[in-house]
Design a protein around this ligand. Structure first.
Ligand code: NAP
Length: 255
């Protein structure tokens, strides 16, 4: 059985990945992972293929063990793995609680690595791994310090993974979007903050982000910047020294 495993599938990018992969010939069944069961079940309407809701809080270590056991029991081929589960909090560093920081680091870093590691034995030539990072991974970011640092971790991890998987014919792509306006993310991220990121000019939409991510994955690009702003960010963060870029981003984030 050939499957796609999608984390964070109950909303936003994760659910959009399922919609756009619905007719993909390399997938016979979708395993969709998140905490909200009814939203996972609702995904069945978007495909005639079987959708298997795997309702888990991935920050719990026992959830990863459950996933490992399930994979062992079913022994599928993982044709596509999308790690889209993620969490962000906006605010000055001292405003964000230790619990929120821990949750961000756990979900954005450890969980992505653990889910990917759990899937390794089931990947085959032409399998595709898509890790959802962020444009904030390109440089340190005031207003989203810990979030940006967690996404930089994921980007670094994914780039090396891309290199290591090349001889095996497994595609690995790190997706680094700018703000996306039609997911739940911005609402949750900005709940506590009044100082940072009140407006999101040029924010993208999940449909185009996922379309470009899937194209990049087909081409086996190691980093995908799905939009003009994140592409510009990638370029400028590379060439402008961070001691100049960080204060500049601080100004922009307060607009
Ligand atoms: N939206 C943006 O502006 C933006 C920009 C750049 C990068 N990103 C990245 O894109 C990815 C997808 O985010 P999105 O925009 O689609 O936001 P979203 O709509 O908030 O989706 C986040 C997903 O993660 C799942 N999730 C959260 N905590 C979880 C947990 N403990 N265990 C299992 N699943 C959990 C949520 O499902 P449940 O609540 O049902 O568990 C949900 O399906 C994230 O990695 C985010 O960092 C987003």
């Amino acid at each position: 059985m050939k499957i796609a495993v999608i984390t964070g599938a109950s909303s936003g990018l994760g659910s959009e990945f399922l919609k756009q992969l619905a007719d993909d010939a390399s997938i016979e069944e979708f395993w969709v992972i998140a905490r909200r069961k009814e939203m996972l079940e609702a995904l069945q309407q978007f495909t005639v293929k079987k959708v298997r809701p795997v309702c888990l809080d991935l920050t719990l270590k026992e959830s990863i063990i459950y996933l490992q056991d399930l994979l062992k029991q079913e022994n599928p081929i993982v044709s596509v793995l999308v790690c889209a589960a993620g969490l962000g909090k906006v605010g000055a560093t001292e405003e964000i609680s230790m619990e929120d920081n821990d949750r961000m680091i756990d979900l954005n870093c450890r969980v992505a690595v653990d889910v990917t590691t759990a899937c390794f034995p089931y990947l085959r030539r032409n399998s595709r791994i898509i890790e959802i990072s962020s444009a904030s991974a390109f440089s340190p970011m005031p207003g989203i310090n810990v979030y940006a640092a967690s996404k930089a971790f994921l980007q670094s991890y994914t780039k090396t993974l891309h290199h290591e998987m090349l001889p095996k014919g497994i595609h690995v792509t790190c997706v680094c979007p700018y703000w996306i306006k039609d997911t739940e993310f911005i609402k949750a991220a900005t709940k506590a903050s009044r100082k940072y990121y009140r407006h999101f000019p040029l924010a993208s939409v999940s449909q185009s982000v996922v379309r470009m991510s899937l194209q990049a994955s087909k081409l086996n690009l190691w980093v995908c910047t799905p939009g003009i702003v994140c592409t510009a960010d990638r370029f400028f963060a590379k060439f402008i020294p961070h001691f100049v870029y960080v204060p500049l981003m601080d100004l922009i984030s307060r607009i």
